[in-house]
Write a protein that binds this ligand. Structure first.
Ligand code: FAD
Length: 118
């Protein structure tokens, strides 16, 4: 009998969510409209409420309370998000990511020549 796909666990959910968030930040406008800014703030507020891991969401809300989303540009949002992810990395004993635009764009926007299969 073929096995059903399983619901995601905390790790798979985290990896998938960070993929969406960092990619969204990488494509965020350099000079966002008022609408983009408002909705980006709302998006992260909603994520802090709805993220389906209670203790992760609670810590994320607390962290955002101290350091609210920086929605004024692509660079600001990408760097802010990288720092938030590093807070989680630190809590879990993982290595920090270097939050420069060069490193972030390499990871989340451009990749290298092996990425797009021509
Ligand atoms: P991930 O941490 O998921 O990272 C995926 C990829 O992102 C990495 O391979 C790397 O290339 C890149 N990356 C790593 N750090 C950065 C960075 N700072 N900036 C940009 N790119 C980066 N798990 C818990 O156990 N407890 C929690 O409290 C918790 N809170 C979370 C809160 C949020 C908002 C999210 C989205 C996830 C949370 N998680 C939490 C899940 C956790 O962060 C990881 O996703 C999970 O442990 C899997 O880790 P990983 O090592 O496979 O890679």
């Amino acid at each position: 009998k073929q096995q059903q796909p399983c619901p995601v666990d905390k790790e798979e959910l985290g990896v998938g969510t960070w993929k969406l968030l960092h990619t969204m930040a990488a494509y965020y406008p350099d000079d966002p409209s008022a609408l983009h800014r408002v909705q980006a703030r709302r998006f992260f507020d909603a994520l802090g409420l709805l993220y389906p891991c209670d203790h992760c969401a609670a810590d994320f809300r607390e962290d955002m309370g101290k350091t609210p989303p920086r929605v004024e540009s692509r660079e600001a949002l990408s760097t802010w998000l990288c720092e938030r992810h590093n807070e989680v990395n630190e809590k879990l004993g993982k290595k920090p990511f270097k939050c420069t635009m060069r490193a972030l764009d390499e990871r989340w926007l451009k990749g290298d020549s092996s990425c797009w299969h021509g």
